[in-house]
Write a protein that binds this ligand. Structure first.
Ligand code: UN1
Length: 517
């Protein structure tokens, strides 16, 4: 193993190249087929992680349920105190965890650190929330009656997360779920198990120190079979799934089949629209970050760029120049802006997207090919050039426009009227994020209103990616309608009890119904 990898792993007590237990239900274990964690920048094997057998999945879920039964009666502000300690423990490890994210996922270090900051931020949020998960008191139409809406804990929440945010997205779910009084069980992406193990260890130490059953925050590493076992289990009250639309559809149906709750965060096919009056000095770097950051592997990545015809040539020229200067290479080296794609499959998808543009008669204005870094160590990494494409047709119904390619490929088209651009923005199946660049308040009004963007995240003069934790995060249509993180997202992690209480000796019926003997 390279010395850079060994240093990062040993800082988090992960035996480099060794077998690491990938199941935690109060105790560490797992005797199933191991997963291999590969470094996307070098191709080297970082470690092997044991998975759960079908029996171990069931045992872990049973333990989660037992943990929930004791955890649910702990007062919410005390649960908040536990989250505060988790926040403190995570924040002392920001650098080590950020480096691990960078090593195992492939995003550049500043984005790895940002993602760990995001889990710290959501813990802060959940600490506050633990004193603010308020229900309401509703006026009753009957004398001497009160109606309360009470948020009670839900049960066991399973989090099936993706490789691209191997820490933060679990954090959004764990923090809210824990504040709400649930047990949470995490099945991370099979290709980023080490990030999950490192985070789970930190959380487990806090739980154990406080005498709380560790299965309040369990971990089950594994592949498709493990995922299926969790999704179909009646022990799991809610499944929070992040991933592709194809898998999300299977998960959503399977959970619905047993009348469980699901929270889906699926594909993003996000557009940025640039008006002639846009503040170009900020539009350009922001669009560059949203399109190229995380190597185009954020759900919120800008994949479609709609330029007003009057500014299109100059904007494209500046963007091309920026693309050419993006430093590609080792994500752990300062100054690198574009690390590798996460897997070889992602490289193939990148190539397929580019040949689809070419074979339909479109143009590639920047990038379009694989990249071979100079350093010998990086020869087996998944490097590609960031790409700007102009498809021959701007019809959003075409596959090039309507399908999400998880790679740094930005498709560009021109428009004449804002309404036309909004129609193109809305014409794809997905509805996660979008951004409009303009200084004209009339355009802003259209964009954020009923006839505007139909995505869950609707930005103005801010890129499609890089949302803060404060607002609810999620998208509409084939993105799955789920909301995580801030806003009202916590309300999904509880079961609401509508309680009518009669304080009198009379029993009047609602709606004036009389039923006298
Ligand atoms: C994701 O890509 O799954 O808004 C999450 C962002 C990040 C989270 C992205 N805060 O880009």
């Amino acid at each position: 193993l390279s010395s850079r990898a060994s240093t990062i792993l040993s800082a988090l007590r992960i035996p480099a190249g060794g077998d690491v237990p990938g199941v935690y239900d109060g105790q560490w274990g797992g005797t199933g087929e191991p997963l291999v964690s590969l470094c996307p920048s070098t191709g080297e094997t970082l470690a092997r992680v044991t998975t759960a057998t079908p029996q171990e999945v069931q045992t872990a879920l049973e333990k989660s349920r037992q943990a929930y039964v004791s955890f649910r009666t702990m007062p919410a502000p005390r649960r908040g105190e536990i989250i505060r300690q988790i926040r403190e423990a995570l924040s002392t490890k920001i650098d080590a965890l950020g480096a691990l994210v960078s090593l195992e996922m492939g995003k550049i270090k500043t984005e790895g650190l940002g993602e760990v900051q995001e889990i710290v931020d959501i813990c802060d949020y959940a600490v506050g929330l633990s004193r603010m998960m308020n229900g309401s008191v509703i006026s009753s139409e009957r004398p001497g009656h009160s109606i309360l809406e009470v948020p009670n804990p839900l049960g066991v929440v399973a989090v099936l997360s993706a490789f691209n945010f191997p820490v933060a997205v679990y954090g959004w779910n764990l923090a809210l779920s824990m504040a709400a009084g649930n047990a949470t069980v995490w099945k991370p992406s099979p290709s980023t198990p080490l990030c999950a193990i490192a985070v789970t260890r930190i959380v487990a130490e806090v739980l154990e120190k406080n005498g709380i059953n560790g299965a309040v925050a369990g971990l089950i590493c594994g592949g498709k079979d493990v995922g299926e076992g969790i999704v179909k289990s009646p022990d799991v009250d809610m499944v929070s799934f992040t991933g592709s639309e194809a898998v999300g559809k299977i998960v959503g149906k399977a959970v619905q089949d047993r009348f469980g709750k699901s929270l889906l965060e699926l594909g993003g096919n996000n557009a940025a629209i640039v008006m002639p009056d846009a503040p170009m000095h900020i539009a350009l770097p922001s669009i560059l970050f949203s399109a190229v950051g995380t190597a185009g592997q954020r759900c919120t990545t800008t994949r479609r760029l709609y330029l007003h015809r009057s500014i299109a040539p100059s904007f494209i020229e500046r963007l091309q120049r920026a693309y050419e200067t993006v430093k590609i290479g080792d994500p752990l080296v300062a100054g690198t802006l574009l690390g590798p794609l996460h897997t070889q499959t992602a490289v193939q998808n990148y190539q397929a997207a580019i040949s689809a543009v070419r074979s339909a008669g479109g143009e590639i204005l920047a990038g379009g090919t694989l990249h071979t870094p100079a350093s010998a160590e990086l020869q087996n990494g998944n490097y590609v050039l960031p790409t700007i494409a102009v498809p021959a047709s701007s019809d959003p119904k075409q596959d090039i426009w309507s399908k999400e390619t998880f790679a740094p490929v930005l498709n560009v088209a021109v428009f004449d009227e804002l309404e036309e651009a909004i129609a193109m923005n809305n014409a794809v199946p997905q509805g996660l994020s979008s951004s409009l660049w303009t200084r004209d308040v009339r355009n802003v009004g259209k964009w954020i209103g009923p006839a505007g963007s139909d995505t869950g995240i609707v930005n103005v003069n801010a890129g499609t990616s890089g949302a803060e934790i404060g607002a609810a995060f999620g998208g509409n249509k084939s993105t799955g309608w789920g909301r995580e993180s801030g806003g009202d997202a916590w309300k999904q992690y509880v079961r609401w009890s509508a309680c009518t209480i009669n304080f009198t000796d009379e029993a009047p019926l609602a709606q004036g119904v009389s039923f006298d003997l």
